[in-house]
Design a protein around this ligand. Structure first.
Ligand code: SF4
Length: 275
């Protein structure tokens, strides 16, 4: 596996040199900006996340500026991105970073709300230049297909070092990201123009693609509720059910979830508002 892993690395790096996407945060080593973009880009295409990155990095140039803001303002700016929990966790993370600073938390960034193994390694690689792979769905999918594997856990344990040997970890991580987004895509991979096609096992496992359908989903109902609360400030339980044009069971479920996720709170007289 060592030889074929090294070969794949060289081919990806070569491809990346001529095909890399240009984004403003790719030039930065500021951990706050990396955390911002990585949070915005979770479950979101990079091009779309980039638009939000511009306004978020202007409005919140430092963890302190976000920590001194409010969840309501952050959710307003987040509007249209979905998965509002990310906004709340980012807000909570900003308060912790404001108190301690990134360097005191380094390298254990996964103590921050919303930061899992992928985002932790993305910060370590892009901000600190550490030799780590940021393993997300793109890299997993490419490896599964290329090597014909169903499970990549052992593969990464044994082979990460070969991907990182004599290479800037930023380059190999971004190469996987860009290659997975434009060539080895989740659905309809471009095998016809793929530069590593001749060595690829082209094994398509039961890889889940885009998740739940949005229309009528719990995610959509949650989004509608948050939007209504941003516009209204607060609203009675009864009016909320009248305004949200969805099945009442779905609204109830969405409300319970939002409360559990601490995005909303119930006040006296059945009044609901953003937490
Ligand atoms: S040949 Fe197809 S499946 Fe294999 S790496 Fe290229 S795009 Fe992905």
């Amino acid at each position: 596996m060592e030889t074929s892993t090294k070969k794949l690395k060289l081919e990806l790096i070569n491809w990346y040199k001529n095909n890399k996407r240009s984004f403003p945060w790719r030039k930065t080593t500021n951990p706050w900006q990396i955390l911002l973009i990585e949070t915005l880009a979770q479950q979101t295409q990079l091009e779309r996340a980039n638009k939000y990155f511009k306004k978020f990095s202007e409005e919140f140039p430092s963890p302190k500026s976000m920590a001194n803001s409010s969840l309501k303002i952050i959710l307003q700016m987040w509007s249209g991105l979905g998965y509002n929990n990310r906004a709340r966790r980012l807000y909570e993370a900003s308060k912790i970073i404001e108190k301690k600073g990134f360097n005191q938390i380094y390298p254990n960034f996964d103590v921050l709300p919303g930061v899992g193994p992928y985002t932790k390694n993305a910060i370590l690689s892009f901000a600190y230049g550490e030799k780590v792979l940021a393993i997300d769905t793109n890299i997993e999918r490419i490896i599964q297909r290329y090597f014909g594997l169903n499970n990549t856990k052992d593969f990464f344990k044994e082979n990460s070092k070969y991907f990182l040997h004599k290479v800037d970890s930023r380059d190999i991580n971004q190469a996987f990201m860009d290659f997975g987004s434009s060539i080895c895509k989740s659905s309809k991979p471009r095998c016809d123009i793929c530069p590593i096609e001749s060595d690829c096992s082209k094994y398509f496992s039961n890889y889940k693609s885009s998740g739940e359908k949005f229309k009528g989903s719990n995610r959509e109902v949650r989004g509608k509720i948050i939007k209504l609360l941003i516009n209204e400030g607060h609203i009675s339980n009864q009016r909320l059910f009248e305004e949200i044009d969805e099945d009442s069971e779905k609204v109830k479920k969405a409300l319970e979830g939002l409360k559990k996720d601490k995005l909303i709170k119930f006040k006296k007289n059945n009044i609901i508002e953003i937490n």
